[in-house]
Each structure stands twice: as structure tokens, then as C-alpha cells.
Design a protein around this ligand. Structure first.
Ligand code: HEC
Length: 212
């Protein structure tokens, strides 16, 4: 009992000095050698500081772009991907844009058809009616039917948002499908929907002849 108090106080001081200062923030390396340093301490440069590294004769830690570097997204539609324009976000001040901001041309539809068949058709099916191979062969049952009246009535901007960021179990395709292609796909999805909504009178007479 005589030594107990002394030992106890020493044990408390020991425990606090070893464990008590974990989580403290400091830019200096810890005073006590770390037992398992892992990757806590490693050489690196902080941005916008001076370095003595010989490889950088100008002494700046932040490096300039190599000559000839071109920003990935400049050049499309006189637009830049970081600007919050309807083309880039599918939204304007009022919310999702109602119609495709790109002019819908035959070329755009053709591109949309090609991209749709690559990126959407496996799930949503060639007609958009949730009949793709993933549904038929693998039994994915939650794939949305793009011929559904709810999606027919949906603004183009909201479909743009779904392609960009996904929707519950559907992942986003922003990484694979660039902005212009998303709008091309939307134009093609509208064409697919229209193909189911058409009446006999919509078919030009010479074509109708051949169908008979
Ligand atoms: C891997 C399968 C898969 C692919 C590929 C896929 N989707 Fe989907 N998509 C789904 C599923 C599953 C849903 C239903 C998500 C849910 O539960 O609401 C869905 C839903 C949708 C919806 C409805 C969203 C809503 O608000 O209800 C739209 C529109 C859509 N997809 C468009 C596309 C387009 C355009 C592409 C091609 C760029 C595409 N999808 C690619 C699986 C897929």
C-alpha cells in the first residue's frame, strides 16, 4: 500500500503522456518515435510554398502546366463544363429545362441512337421499354420503362440529370457520356417515345403504301 499511490500516479502520468495527446494537431513530427509510423510521415510539398528540390529550379512547389496542355472540356458549344449553364446542368433559374438546349438535327439523333445503344440499351432495351439483355437474361426487374407516361412527361432537363447522376439503383453516366452526347441520347429517347405515340396519319403517304 505504501508504494501503491506512487505507482498509480506514475502509471496515470505514463498513460496520459503516451495516449493523452493523440489527436492534437501539429505540423511538426511527433516528439516520441512512432511505433508503427505507417504512412503518417512522408515527404511531400505543400502547395504554393518554396522548395529546395533540385528538380524544380524555380523553387516553386506548385508546378506550371506542361506546354501544350489543353483543358478537357473547352470547345464544346462555345461552352465550358464548369459553367452553370442549362447545357451543362440541365437547369435554368426555374428548374429543370423543359426542352433540349441543343438544336435537334438528324446528326444529333444519329449520334444519340449510337450512344443510347451503347450505354442505355443493355438495360432499357432498344425501344426503351425496359426490355434489355440485363433485364431478360439477368432478371434486373427495377429498370424503368422509358415509354412510361411519367417519363414521357418528364422535362428533358430531368432526364439529363438522371443520365448525369443516376437515380436510385441506376448509376450516373457522367464519366462515360459527355454533355453533348447526353443531350443527343435524350433527343433519341424522345424519338423512341414518339415512335410509340404516332398515329397512322403521321406516316408519309409513300411510306404508308409500302407498309400495307
Ligand atoms: C445498368 C442498367 C442501366 C443502364 C445502363 C441505364 N439505366 Fe436508366 N435506369 C436503370 C434503372 C434500374 C432505373 C430505375 C431506377 C429507380 O429505381 O428509380 C433507371 C431509370 C431511368 C430513368 C427514369 C428516372 C426516374 O426519374 O424515374 C431514366 C430517364 C433513365 N433510366 C435513362 C437512362 C439513360 C438515358 C441511360 C443511358 C445513358 C440509362 N438510363 C442507362 C438502369 C439502367
Amino acid at each position: 500500500m505504501r508504494y501503491f499511490l506512487t505507482l498509480f500516479v506514475l502509471a496515470v502520468i505514463g498513460a496520459v503522456s503516451i495516449l493523452g495527446f493523440r489527436g492534437d494537431k501539429s505540423r511538426k513530427p511527433p516528439r516520441m518515435a512512432e511505433i508503427f509510423p505507417d504512412l503518417n510521415i512522408q515527404p511531400k510539398l505543400r502547395p504554393q510554398t518554396v522548395t529546395k528540390f533540385e528538380g524544380f529550379p524555380d523553387g516553386a512547389s506548385s508546378r506550371p502546366f506542361p506546354a501544350g496542355t489543353v483543358a478537357q472540356s473547352v470547345g464544346f458549344n462555345n461552352n465550358t463544363a464548369w459553367e452553370d449553364t442549362p447545357v451543362n446542368t440541365g437547369r435554368d433559374a426555374k428548374g429543370f429545362v423543359e426542352v433540349n438546349p441543343l438544336p435537334v438535327t438528324a446528326d444529333l439523333l444519329k449520334r444519340g441512337q449510337e450512344r443510347f445503344n451503347i450505354y442505355c440499351q443493355p438495360c432499357h432495351g432498344a425501344q426503351g421499354d425496359a426490355n434489355g439483355g440485363i433485364v431478360k437474361k439477368l432478371g434486373a426487374s427495377t429498370v424503368a420503362n422509358l415509354q412510361d407516361p411519367r417519363i414521357i412527361k418528364m422535362n428533358d432537363g430531368e432526364i439529363f440529370n438522371t443520365i448525369s447522376y443516376g437515380k436510385s439503383t441506376m448509376m450516373g453516366y457522367a464519366g462515360q457520356v459527355p454533355v453533348s452526347d447526353r443531350w443527343a441520347i435524350i433527343a433519341y429517347v424522345r424519338a423512341l417515345q414518339l415512335s410509340r405515340l404516332g398515329f397512322k396519319d403521321d406516316v408519309p403517304a409513300p411510306v404508308l403504301e409500302k407498309l400495307k
